[in-house]
Structure formats: structure tokens, C-alpha cells
Design a protein around this ligand. Structure first.
Ligand code: NAD
Length: 283
């Protein structure tokens, strides 16, 4: 069985490593070390965002690991305060400057903010299309987009997002949005893949972990992999960073997959905000 991280094909001809390392809520002071630890044990994909305030430190971590820029897949995201086209152009350049690079592998609209900017995320998306056209963003995508938001892009824009990064884990399987992605060639990235730890104490997860002699985190991350989603669990603990990578040398059978999927609590399982109402703007 393969023990390496698979690449997933995107609709624009590029590929993305299915497992990465997320740096949300890692303080800037800890980010470079954590990124370096992840790269040292074999991760080759980092997920950051302007909102996380640690893009520059992600760049430091990559350089400290002694890896060339093209050997690491880096994603960042447009901050909520920068949706107007001129602001988006400036924010994107600030991301490239922070990472000290002239391109990024994947750039996303972080949140649709349908109650802000007169509900116009299409104008913002068209600016991301510019970044892809001029080669500074190899791929472009969205995050936290619901089905009506994706339908609107399909009707009013040229490029279909390569990915949609959404909350998904066994307590909130989010299958309606995932299925839209499958139908339209949009890869799902599952954020908070272990529900920020909330699913790890679940008795079903513990039982399955016993059955396959793995940890609860490995079982849940493996479930995502077999569903075909891209994931980037976050940890600052070296042992856990490595544990989360060791998920490509075992398999869950159909019954185990189904038991995890059945843990779904629908809307009440969400850990994060609802994309239809989330309207946070940085101060
Ligand atoms: P997560 O589901 O990755 O959980 C992280 C928490 O679980 C941490 O507290 C960590 O200490 C703990 N943990 C990690 N590995 C563990 C292990 N093996 N055993 C026990 N505990 C473990 O949550 P997350 O950080 O919210 O999500 C992952 C990434 O997704 C983020 O870092 C970020 O890159 C991305 N994200 C994106 C959005 C978005 O709006 N696009 C929102 C949230 C997160």
C-alpha cells in the first residue's frame, strides 16, 4: 500500500498534495518552527491565510527547512477586509511579499461575506482570475462557499474554482456542498478535519481506533482521505504533527467509513460560523 502523500488533480491541470499542514491559530512566534517540523517529517503543503497573521513566518519555516520554494505547495487566502478589487490586488501582492515569492500555488477568497460588499463576491472572484492569468496564482479557489454562491459564480464568472475549502468532519459531514464539488469538478478541502479535537473522544472513533490499532486522529484523518478530500490538520506538537502524517499505510473498510459518516449532527455539528451570516471584518 502507498505510504506517500497522494496528489489530487485540480480542474486547471495542476495537482495538490492531499495532506498538508494548517497554521490557523499558530502564533507568529511558533509558526516557523512548526512549519519546519512538518516539512522535516515529510509534509509538502502548507495552508495559511492573511487573516492568520503568519504568512511571513510560513516563508521563514520553508527556507529554514532548506527546501526550494517549488518543492512546497503553499495556499493563502484573501482577508475579509480586502474584497474590493483594488484592495484585493494590494492584499494579494502583500501575501507574495510576505512569503518572499513571486507566485503562490493556490489563492482563495476566505469567506463569501454575502451580507457585505452588496453581496458582490463575483467582482472579487474576477480579480483572482487576473492573478491566475498573470501567473502569480497557479490555482484559484474559494472557501466557505455554499451551493448558491457557487451557482452564482458559475453563472457570472469565467473560471470554475479549483477548490472549495469548507468545514467538514464526522460531526458535520457537509455532504451537500461536497457533492456539488464532485459534480462540478471542484475539489473539497475539509477544514477543522478533526473538529479542533472535538471528535477525538467520541466512543465510535475510539472503538474504530482500537480495531485498526491507530489513534483517533489517524482514523478520522483517514476517513477524509478515503472520501477524497484534501486536509491540513493543525498541531504545534511534533509527535502529533508526525502522527497526523502516518495515515497512508492502513485502510478503513466500508463499515468503518459508514460508522464515521453516521456521526453527522447536521448544522448542530458545525464548530465554526455559518457562511451565510459570517460577516467579520478585521478592525
Ligand atoms: P483541526 O481540526 O486541525 O484541529 C486542531 C486541534 O486538534 C488543535 O488544537 C490540536 O492541538 C489538536 N490536534 C491535532 N492533531 C492532534 C492529534 N493527533 N491528537 C490529538 N489532538 C490533535 O482544526 P483547525 O486548525 O481549525 O483546522 C485545520 C486547518 O484548516 C487550519 O489550521 C487552517 O489551515 C484551516 N482552516 C480554515 C478555515 C477557513 O475558514 N477556510 C477555518 C478553520 C481552519
Amino acid at each position: 500500500m502507498a505510504t506517500t502523500i497522494p496528489d489530487i488533480a485540480l480542474n486547471d491541470g495542476n495537482t495538490i498534495p492531499q495532506l498538508g499542514f494548517g497554521v490557523y491559530q499558530i502564533s507568529p512566534a511558533d509558526t516557523a518552527d512548526s512549519v519546519r517540523t512538518a516539512l522535516d517529517v515529510g509534509y509538502r503543503h502548507i495552508d495559511t491565510a492573511e487573516m492568520y497573521g503568519n504568512e511571513a513566518e510560513v516563508g521563514h519555516g520553508v527556507r529554514a527547512a532548506g527546501l526550494a520554494r517549488e518543492d512546497v505547495y503553499i495556499t493563502s487566502k484573501l482577508n475579509n477586509g480586502a474584497h474590493r478589487p483594488e484592495d484585493a490586488r494590494a492584499a494579494f501582492q502583500a501575501t507574495l511579499d510576505a512569503l518572499r515569492g513571486d507566485y503562490i500555488d493556490l489563492f482563495l477568497i476566505h469567506w463569501p461575506l454575502p451580507t457585505r460588499y452588496d453581496g458582490d463576491f463575483v467582482a472579487t472572484w474576477k480579480v483572482l482570475e487576473e492573478f491566475q492569468q498573470d501567473g502569480r496564482a497557479r490555482s484559484i479557489g474559494v472557501s466557505n462557499f455554499q451551493v448558491p454562491h457557487l451557482d452564482r459564480l458559475a453563472a457570472e464568472a469565467e473560471v470554475v474554482p479549483a477548490v472549495n475549502q469548507i468545514e467538514a468532519h464526522p460531526y458535520f459531514v457537509n455532504d451537500e456542498v461536497r457533492e456539488y464539488g464532485v459534480k462540478h469538478g471542484i475539489v473539497t478541502q475539509a477544514w477543522s478535519p478533526i473538529a479542533q479535537g472535538a471528535v477525538l473522544g467520541d466512543p465510535t472513533v475510539a472503538d474504530l481506533a482500537d480495531q485498526v490499532a491507530r489513534t483517533p486522529a489517524q482514523v478520522v484523518l483517514r476517513w477524509h482521505v478515503q472520501r477524497g478530500d484534501v486536509i491540513f490538520p493543525k498541531s504545534t506538537t511534533p509527535k502529533r504533527i508526525e502522527e497526523n502524517l502516518r495515515i497512508f499505510d492502513f485502510e478503513l473498510d466500508d463499515a468503518a467509513m459508514e460508522r464515521l459518516t453516521q456521526l453527522d449532527r447536521g448544522e448542530s455539528g458545525r464548530q465554526g460560523p455559518h457562511p451565510d451570516s459570517f460577516d467579520y471584518l478585521p478592525g
